[in-house]
Design a protein around this ligand. Structure first.
Ligand code: GDP
Ligand code: GDP
Length: 436
């Protein structure tokens, strides 16, 4: 699980410019290929060998200062709650505005590490204007220019030093699958968890993590044995009204990163919406297993809406990663709640599956020989050998004479074949082509 860095600040100070500089470019390329609009406000970054997640909290709130003052206050509260480190961006051109002062006041009350990034310091003669920001009372300030990247290295040096130690799992615990239940507010997450574990102390053991970290609840009943991640956080009704997409996404990040399989709960009466898609994508991006539960199925008029129709719609929304189990549940009638858990266990096993190199070649080589990658510029591309990599999540490499000419449609073709032959339901997989 990686640590979480949140970027806060009022609109137009340059948060998204800075965020885009931090996250890996790769994302943008992947997304342009799949043609799907993705959440642009969450990404992975790495500095001095330390990986962390970055959230641009401002990306969810666009607009002028006055309209959104209340929202920014909430944004800051939640960032403080969910992130390990906060970067507070201010604008040297504007100086300290009343809203900056308000954000600073909220941040001063907390013990989380906060770094003040004074942005738009494009030239040396702007340095003098940065000193004013010491008045925010948040300690050292870091002059940066998000646009050119100047000063960001010094800032990141300090940010990664402030991140908590990487968590080391205890060996025994490590073997237990970790599931989380995520979804938009009111989808039925707490009802689901309560239906499973209730308040029965006999089956519930709380293993307290560090103060703000995810809390695991071990579930051992009906032949299951796994940890439910962050159930306390999900049960806890937030003090802020969670009407914005930002909140459910932000609440999900830590739980998702901490899990092996994410149980994404969707409200059948609302359908699969943007927020659901963003949470799904968080799981996919983190290479976690996914099970989709369409909950409140008891409320749906079965004449007008069939499971098949519902499934098709969801698969359209989650394309191209559509090989995901979908289970129709009701926490009220208790319909398929155990089926949901069984499916999560299955996805967990699929994600751990390892295929021997000889068997894999036996299965795949006839396919790539029969349908090779299309020739380019009169050059024939030949795949000679393939294998699964010894990685935590399924990754496959295909060795070819001219791997650089193999395009995405062929990669998708290979992935489809692979999914036809093996059970990777609910599991994101990676395929690489390399020079032999
Ligand atoms: P956000 O609303 O806080 O996410 O701000 P944006 O990243 O959208 O930036 C707001 C404006 O500030 C845009 O016009 C950016 O081009 C500009 N900007 C961002 N970083 C810098 C910088 O380092 N120097 C200057 N001069 N302008 C910047
Ligand atoms: P959460 O915010 O995702 O934890 O959602 P809750 O578990 O608090 O549920 C929100 C509301 O939906 C509550 O009023 C529940 O009683 C109701 N609810 C949850 N699951 C179901 C279900 O399967 N069927 C019906 N009819 N209502 C449900």
């Amino acid at each position: 699980m990686s640590s979480i860095v949140a970027i806060v600040g009022r609109p137009n100070v340059g948060k998204s410019t800075f965020f885009n500089r931090l996250i890996q470019r790769r994302d943008a390329i992947v997304d342009s290929v799949s043609g799907v609009t993705r959440d642009r406000n969450y990404g992975k970054s790495e500095w001095n060998g330390r990986e962390f997640s970055v959230i641009d909290t401002g990306g969810y709130i666009k607009g002028s200062d006055d309209v959104f003052e209340g929202e920014i206050r909430r944004q800051v509260s939640l960032a403080i709650e969910e992130a390990d480190v906060v970067i507070f961006v201010v604008d040297v051109e504007e100086g300290i505005t009343p809203m900056d002062a308000e954000v600073a006041r909220l941040l001063r009350k907390e013990t989380k590490p906060v770094f003040v990034a004074v942005n738009k310091v494009d030239s040396a003669n702007r340095m003098d204007d940065t000193f004013e920001f010491y008045n925010l009372g948040l300690g050292e300030i870091f002059p940066i220019a998000g646009m050119s990247g100047s000063g960001t290295g010094d800032l990141l040096d300090e940010v990664v030093k402030a991140l908590p130690e990487e968590e080391v799992r205890e060996t025994e615990e490590e073997e237990l699958p970790r599931f989380c239940v995520v979804g938009r507010p009111n989808a039925g997450k707490s009802s689901f968890i309560n239906a499973l574990i209730g308040e029965d102390r006999y089956i519930v053991t709380d293993i307290a993590g560090t103060t703000r970290d995810a809390i695991d609840t071990r579930f051992t009943q009906f032949g299951f044995d796994f940890n439910l991640v962050d159930t306390a956080g999900i049960r806890r009704k937030s003090k802020v009204k969670e009407d914005l997409e930002f909140y459910s996404v932000m609440r999900s990040v830590r739980a998702i990163e901490h899990s092996d399989v994410c149980i994404l709960m969707v409200d059948a009466t609302r359908g699969f919406e943007g927020q659901d898609q963003n949470i799904f994508w968080l799981a996919e991006k983190n290479r976690k297993g996914v099970v989709i539960l369409v909950n409140k199925w008891d409320l749906v008029e079965k004449d007008t809406m069939t499971t098949k129709q519902f499934e098709d719609r969801i698969r359209q929304e989650i394309a191209p990663f559509t090989d995901v189990p979908i289970v129709f549940t009701s926490t009220v009638t208790k319909q398929r709640l155990l089926k949901a858990l069984e499916t999560a266990v299955e996805v967990y096993e699929n994600r751990k599956a390892r295929i021997s190199t000889s068997k894999f070649n036996e299965a795949m080589l006839p396919i790539v020989e029969h349908t090779p990658p299309p020739a380019i510029k009169g050059k024939y591309i030949k795949i000679k050998y393939c294998m699964q990599l010894p990685t935590a999540t399924p990754q496959f490499v295909f060795f070819a004479n001219l791997p650089q000419y193999i395009k995405d449609p062929y990669k998708r073709y290979i992935e489809n074949k692979l999914r036809e032959m093996y059970n990777f339901s609910g599991v994101p997989i990676d395929i690489y082509f390399r020079q032999k």
